[in-house]
Design a protein. Structure first.
Length: 347
């Protein structure tokens, strides 16, 4: 009888041990075995503000990276991640376990995305670019860029709002709010205008905003041969100092909202817009594009000359012919227009 009882107890103990081993093995495979396979999947996981656990699961399924979704769900609930979702862009790693993945998502340790916005001409274009890279939509991005209260605080008007954005490559958290993005861009703008650049302003006779405006015109005039930009900048500064109209073709293209124009015609010059520098003297009210750092620096380092006229070279090399007198300029212009006619470029 005692022997039977002993065997019975042994059996119970053995069963408990085996059950424990089984549970331990199941727990190990659920928590710690590889559950991310990136061989045919994208590594980026985007979790939006306000997403629920079901949205996270759906986003993970969309990546195609999860081997066993049930294991991930069970682990997430075990660690109570399903109740504490954090937005952001997370980079999955091949071979991650469910435990490692949940730990990453629960930590909020997201990976910044790279933001660039070169060659944007208007605030709506810039807002569209921000919406392509970041969580925000273009409407909320545009509202932040054109926020009048914020711009007044920075002594910037809506015409010059895009000038606050210095084109560079920035590491930004994907879920950054529009207001925080603007604060970051203003901080970068202030950093860009360091003592060295501010010291050069006196030579130009322009303000920071005006340098950005002029740099945008210079870059539209010459975005192929950057070595010519300081000379073009000097020419425009000469015209400003003489009180002459800038008569810049790119400003007319901006005024008519058509940068595909290759030949500016008399009808274009009649456009009534503050950006039409054939009609109105001085700089336009704002940049006609977001100027590059190189263009801004080329304005600050403008080349002294007596030139007040320029015209594209007739050989279509991308360079310009420069002139001091109107007669010289007219001769240069005739050669260029004759070349346009030969190429049958009439608009």
């Amino acid at each position: 009888m005692a022997k039977k009882k002993k065997n019975w107890i042994f059996g119970i103990v053995a069963a408990v041990v085996l059950a424990g081993l089984g549970l331990g093995w199941y727990t190990y495979t659920t928590l710690f075995s590889a559950n991310v396979d990136l061989s045919k999947a994208q590594p980026e996981l985007y979790i939006r503000h306000g997403d629920q656990f079901e949205d996270v699961v759906a986003s993970l399924e969309k990546t195609g990276a999860i081997i066993n979704m049930t294991e991930f769900v069970n682990t997430a609930k075990l660690k109570k991640y399903d109740k504490h979702i954090k937005s952001g862009c997370y980079i999955l790693k091949n071979g991650m376990s469910s435990f490692e993945l949940v730990r990453l998502l629960a930590s909020g340790n997201q990976t910044p995305v790279k933001l660039t916005f070169n060659n944007k001409r208007t605030a709506p274009e810039l807002a569209g670019r921000l919406a392509e890279v970041l969580e925000m939509d273009s409407a909320s991005a545009l509202a932040a860029i054109m926020n009048d209260t914020l711009l007044k605080k920075w002594d910037v008007d809506q015409y010059n709002a895009i000038g606050v954005f210095i084109p560079n490559t920035y590491e930004i958290y994907w879920d950054i709010t529009p207001s925080k993005l603007m604060a970051r861009m203003k901080k970068e703008y202030d950093k860009f205008w360091d003592k060295n650049r501010k010291a050069k302003l006196a030579r130009t006779g322009l303000t920071q905003k005006e340098v950005s405006i002029l740099a945008s015109i210079v870059e539209e005039e010459q975005n192929q041969k950057y070595d010519e930009q300081p000379l073009i900048a000097g020419l425009y500064i000469n015209r400003l100092r003489k009180g002459m109209k800038l008569e810049s073709d790119p400003t007319v293209k901006f005024a008519v909202n058509d940068f595909s124009i290759r030949r500016v015609l008399s009808a274009h010059l009649l456009t009534d817009s503050p950006y039409n520098t054939y009609k109105y003297a001085g700089l336009p009210p704002g940049p006609i594009r977001i100027p590059s750092i190189q263009a801004i620096d080329n304005v600050l380092n403008f080349r002294e000359s007596n030139y007040i006229f320029m015209c594209a070279k007739e050989d279509f090399s991308g360079y310009h012919n420069f002139a001091v007198t109107a007669d010289e300029h007219e001769a240069n212009a005739r050669r260029y227009h004759n070349s346009l006619n030969k190429q049958r470029i009439f608009k």
